[in-house]
Design a protein around this ligand. Structure first.
Ligand SMILES: [Mg+2]
Length: 285
């Protein structure tokens, strides 16, 4: 007997999941650049351009160790490679000295470059930008995203899908971004009214499991009946795979890394038919 798909609740990430625009990342990089000393600004922009083109050791899919100023490649929590800023590899003996145990992503000392937000943050940290300055730049960027200047194009089929699911499937938005700007973005996309619950400042990955446990209790579903959809493996996929939830990982940059996701797609529009399939038995047609 085949397993009937039985998703009863879906949790969506926002940034990079429910919209595909990328212009705001350059804006963000420029706001961080503005906060650096003059002599660092060109170096910052040079590294940023290289990094977004995957021509710099610092790139999406890696980790930046702020204290040691090293770029790390991780596998199952263990560091298997490390590079200095100039691309020179760290020798194996030094590597096991520096990272004898599994590492913990704390977004203070260890920055997981899971999406494009973390590229300018990490490069900024290398050139001396303080956490507060990156945070200020982030808020300036969200202001820009709320303005008319930032044009958004809804993902074809997404609004129809959410409208269709809304009656029978519990829909949650779970984002690390703040509420005011996220709400404006949802309004621009015309989908702000299509969630039963919205969680802002979600503090993923630290609190990811907590939110899913809460959802399971509140909505009375099993973990296996919850589907998580997101573009950040560490925040949206790994913690909930461990709980036994179903997952769709949007691998925008086709990192080809080992993933625990149930499904991997390159963009949201490819996830739509999968969501359709997974919810089919729950919807009264
Ligand atoms: Mg995201």
């Amino acid at each position: 007997m085949t397993n009937t798909p039985s998703v009863k609740a879906i949790v969506f990430d926002l940034d990079g999941t429910l919209y595909e625009e990328t212009a705001h990342f350059d804006y963000y990089a420029n706001r961080i650049k503005d906060k650096l000393p003059d002599e660092k600004q060109n170096l910052f922009m040079r590294d940023y351009q290289l990094a977004v083109n995957f021509e710099h050791p610092l790139q999406i899919g890696r980790i930046y160790d702020v204290e040691n100023d090293l770029i790390l490649v991780e596998q199952n929590g263990r560091i298997i490679e490390a590079y200095k800023w100039n691309g020179e590899p760290v020798v194996k003996e030094k590597l096991s000295q520096l990272y004898p145990n599994k590492i913990t992503i704390d977004y203070k000392r260890m920055l997981n470059i899971g999406d494009l937000w973390w590229v300018p943050i990490s490069i900024g940290a290398h050139y001396g930008a303080l956490k507060e300055q990156s945070q200020q730049a982030f808020l300036e960027t969200r202001d820009y995203m709320m303005s008319d200047q930032f044009k958004m194009k809804p993902i074809p089929g997404l609004k129809d899908l959410l409208e269709f699911l809304y009656k029978d499937i519990h829909l949650t938005l779970l984002t690390n971004s703040p509420e005011p700007d996220s709400e404006v973005i949802l309004k621009k996309l015309g989908i702000d009214h299509l969630f039963h619950k919205k969680i802002f400042n979600g503090k993923k990955p630290v609190k990811t499991k907590k939110w899913f446990e809460q959802l399971r209790n509140e909505v009375d579903v099993k973990f296996s009946e919850i589907l998580s959809v997101g573009d950040n493996e560490v925040n949206d996929i790994k913690p909930v795979s461990e709980l036994g939830c179903q997952t769709i990982y949007i691998d925008t940059y086709q990192l080809g890394k080992k993933t625990t996701a149930s499904y991997v797609v390159n963009k949201m529009s490819e996830a739509i038919p999968i969501i359709d399939f997974l919810t089919i038995s729950k919807i009264k047609r």
